[in-house]
Design a binder for this molecule. Structure first.
Ligand code: SF4
Length: 307
């Protein structure tokens, strides 16, 4: 039987765009975050790990050139050949003076066989100056900005201590659109007290903007985070595998068909992941999602309606 493509995967997107396997090399640019250094708050988002949600990045005591070589060797044990994306994931990767950012991203663009730079950040931390610079760099290597959004629900924004309003996200998206910079939006499914409807509302909201990709991240409770404390003091419902699979497929059904899905679950570490433990078996999660697509005979965008 012919294989039907059920959703727009990142692997297929990268193969079509670069004609090769793409290997992401996580780099630590030495940043902090306004939500952790006191500018906005000291606590950070409640789910954020000690390493600023960048647990696979290199060692910030090394230069990015050194980190790139070290991490490349590790990744090459799994994938022998391919092209690379320099991935700045830990903390807020545009939270520094312009000259620092300009130097860092220029150096990243010069790394051997790097065809793209992915920059994870907050929408309240990107100036037009850096966006203008990145739009020039975009002519040399593919630039993509990953915005930590998580949810559109007002109560949840407060609960997770995101410390910016949805309007800030909207303005940032418009500015990045103006300079033709691709955007990936990071969302979290399974936040405390959110219903399936709340999560679908977030996806509908995000889908109303011009974005190129999305990450659907299952909520992970990581040891020693504020979320872990909240869970210990006042346990909230954790999604089961079956519930997650149902929700994630429903989210994909209402996404625009062209949006690339860069994440379908998450990479927890067995030593620090408190819940949900079932997510540690990523193969089972992905297989269950694929089966659900077949059982429902559905696909990305089936219920996407443009307003
Ligand atoms: S904005 Fe990002 S780095 Fe900062 S606290 Fe939230 S998740 Fe962590």
């Amino acid at each position: 039987m012919k294989n039907i493509i059920r959703y727009n995967s990142a692997n297929t997107f990268f193969r079509n765009k670069f004609g090769d396997k793409i290997i992401k090399i996580a780099l630590d640019g030495g940043f902090t975050c306004p939500n952790r250094d006191g500018k906005l708050s000291y606590g950070g988002c409640i789910f954020c790990s000690e390493k600023g949600s960048g647990d696979f990045a290199g060692d910030r005591n090394n230069t990015i050139e050194e980190q790139f070589e070290i991490n490349k060797k590790k990744m090459n044990q799994k994938w022998k050949t391919g092209k690379y994306i320099a991935y700045f994931q830990a903390f807020t990767n545009t939270y520094a003076p312009f000259e620092y950012l300009k130097d860092l991203f220029t150096r990243a663009s010069n790394l051997d066989n790097v065809v793209g730079i992915f920059i994870a950040t907050r929408p309240d931390c990107i100036s037009e100056e850096i966006v203008q610079f990145l739009s020039k760099l975009n002519e040399k290597v593919y630039i993509c900005i990953e915005l930590g959004f998580q949810t559109s629900k007002k109560d949840s924004i407060k609960l997770i201590n995101r410390c910016y309003e949805n309007i800030v996200f909207e303005n940032c998206v418009k500015m990045l659109n103006k300079y033709n910079i691709d955007i990936i939006v990071h969302t979290i499914l399974g936040l405390p007290y959110e219903t399936k409807e709340d999560m679908l509302n977030t996806i509908k909201y995000v889908s109303s903007f011009h974005i190129s990709g999305i990450k659907l991240q299952l909520l992970h409770i990581i040891e020693n985070t504020s979320l872990h404390k909240l869970y210990n003091n006042k346990p909230f419902k954790i999604l089961s595998l079956e519930e997650y699979v149902d929700i994630v497929v429903s989210c994909i059904e209402i996404l625009p068909p062209n949006v690339v899905i860069h994440r379908l679950t998450g990479d927890g570490h067995k030593n620090t992941l408190i819940e949900p433990k079932w997510s540690l078996n990523k193969k089972v999660v992905l297989n269950s999602i694929n089966k659900e697509f077949i059982n429902r005979d559905t696909f990305q965008g089936k219920f996407f309606y443009k307003n």
